[in-house]
Design a protein around this ligand. Structure first.
Ligand SMILES: *Cc1c(COP(=O)(O)O)cnc(C)c1O
Length: 365
């Protein structure tokens, strides 16, 4: 029996996620120590103290099921951003939210629109449901909103926009997003994935929650995996109008967020000083890398995220491997169709410096 032939049509063409090896294993294989990982846009400050405290307090109650409604977490999010709790949907990270959004709205007969070079989860979620993906060629590595609009037809169900975009770091302004929303038919959902919004200067950030009041077809996804430093716990949230949130909650697994994630989430939502520290370190790190690349005549994509894309103008894999042998893990992005680029996550100042030193040695700069 070939079980592939009886799997759902969309699943037959999916490829499994290629996970990296654990750092300890790489160190053993390469015979080196002190590897630094600047590959997954994780928070270089590690797990916030406030979150640890929240978890300690929740540890004694793990016998019980989590609070399915995430009452206090939603309350913390709602208070911080001036939202109603009924607008918020819990996710086991925003990957889970994207799956939930597709599960709720997208089926085989639908079309979804997204950009070339965007976060892999949207293409995967479309593929798994055998929905038709309209992949719009990137414009300067970012989303071509006019291209998106031109692709809308009566089968279009959803448009996915990661802003800032991963893996390219490109950014659309509030005005560009709003101008776009005015032209999208009201029966087409616009999913705005703002996993990196905390890294954008407050003055430049898209005020997406304000846009929700005028564009009920907008769904905003946020995560605690990046600036909040909770990637290993898995928690994120979607913000939408109440009716849409109600539909998501019909599909959502009631216990998709575990008790520890909720407790840590509540704690970090009230930890503004941590986010400020993280954002400031990131701003300086992006500036350092971009200035270095510019000085050395290396091409890069200006970033509003917590990573920078370096364009080596030659196959990036040998350079990735040479950096690895020097104990610096960065992210090759050939899988995204960018074989000459490397994505470097911003680390602590000494980590950024180690990357630049390793790169200089590898490229003979
Ligand atoms: C990292 C990232 C996420 C976050 O995923 P989680 O499942 O919340 O860890 C979401 N969207 C984009 C564009 C990302 O790069």
């Amino acid at each position: 029996m070939k079980f592939l032939t009886i799997a759902n049509a969309g699943v037959q063409h999916l490829s499994p996620y290629q996970a990296g090896k654990p750092i300890e294993e790489l160190e053993r294989e390469l015979g080196i120590s002190n590897i630094i990982k600047l590959a997954s846009n994780e928070n270089p400050f590690g797990f916030p103290e406030s979150a640890k405290q929240g978890i300690r307090e929740a540890l004694d109650d793990l016998t019980r099921y989590p609070d399915a409604n995430g009452f206090y977490f939603k309350q913390a999010v709602a208070k911080k951003f001036g939202l109603g709790s009924e607008q918020i949907t819990l996710g086991n990270g925003s990957n889970d939210l994207l799956e939930l959004i597709f599960q709720t709205f997208v089926s085989e007969k639908d079309e979804v629109i997204f950009s070339q070079y965007t976060f892999i989860v949207a293409p995967l979620a479309a593929q798994a449901r055998n929905a038709k993906a309209r992949v719009i060629p990137a414009l300067d590595y970012g989303h071509d909103l006019n291209g998106f609009l031109a692709a809308v037809n009566d089968k279009t169900k959803l448009i996915y926009i990661a802003n800032p975009n991963n893996p390219t770091g490109t950014f659309l302004t509030h005005q560009q997003i709003e101008q776009f929303l005015t032209q999208v038919p009201s029966n087409v959902l616009v999913v705005l994935d703002e996993a990196y919004t905390e890294f954008t200067a407050a003055s430049e950030r898209v005020n997406s929650f304000e846009l929700l009041q005028r564009y009920p077809n907008l769904v905003v996804c946020r995560t605690l995996s990046k600036a909040y430093g909770l990637a290993g716990l898995r928690i994120g949230y979607a913000v939408s109008n109440e009716e849409i949130a109600g539909l998501f909650n019909r599909v959502r697994q009631p216990f998709n967020c575990n008790s520890l994630a909720l407790a840590a989430g509540i704690a970090v939502m009230n930890d503004d000083s941590f986010i400020q520290k993280v954002a400031e370190n990131n701003r300086q790190g992006v500036e350092l890398l971009e200035r270095f690349f510019a000085d050395k005549g290396l091409a890069y994509i200006p970033s509003k995220g917590n990573f920078v894309m370096l364009d080596l103008g030659q196959p990036a894999l040998p350079i990735y491997e040479a950096l690895l042998r020097k104990g610096v893990i960065v992210r090759p992005v050939a899988g995204y169709g960018l074989p000459n680029h490397l994505r470097i996550s911003i680390g602590l100042p000494e980590e950024n410096q180690r990357f630049l030193t390793a790169l200089s040695e590898v490229l003979g700069l």
